[in-house]
Design a protein around this ligand. Structure first.
Ligand code: SF4
Length: 378
């Protein structure tokens, strides 16, 4: 999508295109634990508060209507939803869904909970009839400037959609279908994670807002609608324990400092930047705090990653290979390391009062002689 196309679609749908003074955010809740909201509140770069205060240069002020954080309730709370549906807001709006979409149709058509009437999840009511989250999505998403699913429940279905669930829960893309496009021509944007990194969400929102403002091209998304620059690499690529993996050093139990693959870590195949970005303001994260990667950002989660904390199939093969390679590489590196811990003046004795230390032993000196030859030659 290039800005000119967005302008054309904005014109067709009578949406103003940038620069915008403000943009509404309608945050809907499906089957969720509210963990994504907690995560977004921890974002720092920029923070949600600074976006809501309109203090980030180039970005419009966000007017957020949130199921937990809004202070309005009842009709006053739903007013923004209704005005958005009627096209009466004075600025474009973005729909954010947290939590999975439950299949309300299976109640209606009697294929499940036959005769129960009722509903799974609703926000507000009209004429005494609860309006399900699924219905709000159908009403609001087609007119939204952009539609963003936050968290693994909203993106792929997540834990509420695990095999055997009773609600027919699914992700937003499943609910809206392949052909869905927002009023600005965008498919659903997905920020997975259970919970996702708050800064991943805010950074993506900020990038999309800059695009809606007409200030930048649309950022790159992958084939599943994930921001490509955030989900393009694996957990393993950024893991602080990857050096242990490479030399074949594996933790035997929780609390050990080595690579956690034999305790059930799926990091080598899971697309997520948690290990490199940290959970909040660069601090924390799964491996940093001693936990294995359980694959929570992936569409196959949780069924394809179960049982959690069991050794992933195939990890035995890769661990055996790295152990074999590590058994050769590691001693060679220690030789080089010892040599680099010696000044060129310390060929025989090291003048340290901390303990008896010698220069490099003969065999190491020979090895290092050839090493130096190659180094200088290169
Ligand atoms: Fe890779 Fe997991 Fe080991 Fe980190 S702990 S190095 S992500 S396998």
């Amino acid at each position: 999508m290039i800005p000119q196309i967005a302008d054309k679609q904005a014109e067709q749908t009578k949406l103003p295109s940038g620069p915008l003074e403000k943009i509404y955010v309608i945050w809907l809740a499906g089957g969720s634990c509210d963990g994504c909201s907690v995560s977004v509140l921890g974002a720092t770069n920029p923070s949600l508060e600074s976006l809501m205060a309109g203090t980030v240069p180039g970005l419009p002020k966000l007017v957020v209507s949130h199921t937990v954080l809004s202070i309005e309730s009842g009709d006053e709370y739903l007013d923004q939803f209704r005005r958005a549906e009627r096209g009466e807001l004075d600025a474009p709006y973005v729909v954010v869904l947290e939590g999975s979409v439950t299949n309300e149709r299976q109640i209606k058509d009697g294929s499940y909970n036959k005769g129960s009437g009722g509903f799974y999840i609703a926000i507000g009511e009209e004429n005494g009839r609860p309006i399900s989250t699924a219905e709000w999505l159908d009403r609001l998403c087609p007119k939204a400037a952009a539609v963003i699913a936050i968290g693994t429940c909203a993106t792929w279905g997540g834990i509420p959609a695990a095999e055997g669930n009773a609600t027919g829960a699914m992700g937003l893309m499943d609910h809206l279908g392949t052909d869905f496009r927002s009023a600005f021509g965008l498919p659903v944007i997905n920020i997975p994670g259970c919970a996702p990194i708050g800064d991943n969400f805010i950074e993506t929102v900020a990038s999309v807002l800059l695009f809606l403002q007409g200030l930048t091209p649309l950022p790159e998304f992958d084939e599943l609608g994930r921001p490509a620059w955030l989900y393009g690499e694996t957990v393993h690529d950024g893991c602080p324990r990857a050096g242990y993996y490479e030399e074949g050093n594996f933790a035997k139990g929780y609390g050990d400092k080595e690579c956690l693959v034999e305790l059930g870590c799926w990091g080598p195949v899971v697309q997520c930047n948690m290990a490199s970005r940290g959970a909040v303001n660069g601090i924390g994260g799964c491996m940093q705090s001693g936990g294995v990667c359980i694959g929570c950002t992936m569409p196959g989660f949780p069924d394809k990653f179960s049982p959690m904390y069991a050794k992933p199939p195939g990890s035995g093969v890769s661990a055996t290979f790295t152990r074999a390679v590590g058994s050769v590489i590691k001693p060679l590196r220690r030789v080089t390391q010892r040599d680099k811990n010696r000044s060129i003046r310390w060929s025989e004795r090291v003048p340290s009062g901390w303990g008896p230390q010698r220069g490099s032993p003969g065999i190491e000196r020979v090895t290092n002689y050839f090493y130096k030859k190659v180094q200088k030659g290169g």
